[in-house]
Design a protein around this ligand. Structure first.
Ligand SMILES: Cc1ncc(COP(=O)(O)O)c(C=O)c1O
Length: 372
């Protein structure tokens, strides 16, 4: 890593990721299929570091969103795991995928035709079913044509079939959107075309429900693709989700303290005015680092286990916090989010989602890894 002059970094606890991985590994559904998702730079946690740690822990399959992400992992010598590429990829990507042994999750006819054009004996694919999310995937009405296609193209082997839930949080409800999607998917996978394939459907929100309810897990015997949970969060709160450990903490320090008289305003636009003589801590991390501007006058940071309000507008390189009640604040450590200030709560304050908070941490913020 290049020399860092700014006391701002994210701490990544790889041991927490492994703890979360093992929790999911211990579930019934993971025995069917288990694909940790390391797309989007492992949700901001550093794909190569995370993938290497998982492979060392005997992980056999990884999921990425882009062909480029799969190539990046292969170039880093991650040669043993199967890598599934979930995103849509055009015809230029097919040969690259063949030569890098990346397995496409095919979600449309054009993509399938492109694969056929370059198919070699042993070319493997997973087929994605659009069971109701209406983003990617083949429709139930496509299945007969798919049967004909695969009958005529024996070089291409279907090894997996999957779907993705639009509202996995409601999997425990008998008449929710997930129940409807499961009905569609369960019918489709009865077709002989999918008789010898692995079946997978569940992200973190769904997996957390399945872990809580073994009857549900038996009713829907499909495997897991876990992203958010691997990094310590869940969109559903259960006893199981409370055992997950957040892996990323965004840390900085108070680099200077300004005395501001009552009635004076701070930061761009002067959106915060001191109601008393105040001490303002300046923290060298801003929206260019991934701190949401929506936290302006709205969010808080943790300093020595105390919640301290963010005041004024978050700037590109700086965030201002009111440290009037923190004695000797200069140089004290600040946690924007992490083990003390969970990213899902920060997301709530910023009117966004945990995924966004984790993946928006920009490249200029160094990642520091803790393994134990
Ligand atoms: C197809 C697919 N499967 C699984 C996941 C993992 O979801 P989660 O991070 O909620 O576990 C994603 C994430 O967006 C996805 O797109």
């Amino acid at each position: 890593m290049e020399q860092q002059y700014r006391p701002t970094y994210v701490k990544i606890q790889l041991n927490h990721i492994l703890h979360n991985y093992r929790l999911f590994m211990n579930t019934e559904s993971s025995r069917i299929f288990f694909c940790p998702m390391v797309k989007a730079n492992a949700y901001g946690h550093h794909d190569i570091k995370v993938a290497s740690a998982l492979v060392k822990a005997d992980c056999k399959i990884l999921g990425v969103g882009l062909v480029e992400e799969g190539v990046h992992l292969r170039q880093a010598d991650l040669l043993s795991p199967e890598i599934l590429v979930f995103g849509f990829s055009g015809k230029d990507a097919v040969q690259e995928m063949n030569s890098r042994r990346l397995t496409p999750v095919v979600s449309g006819w054009e993509q399938l035709e492109d694969i056929r054009a370059h198919a070699q004996p042993g070319t493997k694919v997973h087929i994605k079913i659009n069971s109701g999310m209406n983003r990617l995937g083949f429709l139930p009405t496509d299945i007969s044509r798919l049967e004909i296609f695969f009958n005529n193209n024996k070089a291409i082997q279907i090894v997996g079939c999957c779907t993705h839930l639009m509202t996995s949080e409601d999997l425990n409800l008998s008449c929710g959107a997930s129940a409807h999607q499961m009905q569609v998917f369960s019918e489709i996978v009865k077709r002989p075309l999918f008789a010898h394939t692995v079946l997978h459907a569940f992200n973190t929100g769904a997996a957390v429900h399945l872990q809580n309810d073994s009857a549900l897990a038996r009713q829907f015997p499909y495997g897991l693709r876990i992203g958010l949970g691997l990094y310590g969060y869940s969109t559903v709160a259960t006893d199981f989700s409370r055992k997950l450990y957040p892996a990323m903490s965004f840390i900085s320090r108070i680099v200077t303290v300004q005395k501001v008289k009552q009635g004076k305003s701070v930061s761009y636009g002067g959106t915060w005015t001191a109601s008393r003589d105040s001490m303002i801590g300046i923290v060298p991390a801003g929206y260019a680092d991934g701190i949401p501007t929506q936290l302006s006058n709205h969010g808080s940071v943790m300093i020595e286990s105390q919640s301290v309000p963010i005041i004024g507008r978050v700037c590109m390189d700086y965030t201002l916090v009111d440290v009037t009640d923190i004695p000797n604040a200069l140089n004290k450590e600040v946690e924007f989010f992490g083990t003390q200030n969970p990213a899902d709560q920060v997301a709530g304050k910023a009117a966004t989602i945990t995924y966004d908070i984790l993946t928006r941490v920009s490249e200029r913020v160094p990642r520091i890894f803790k393994e134990d």
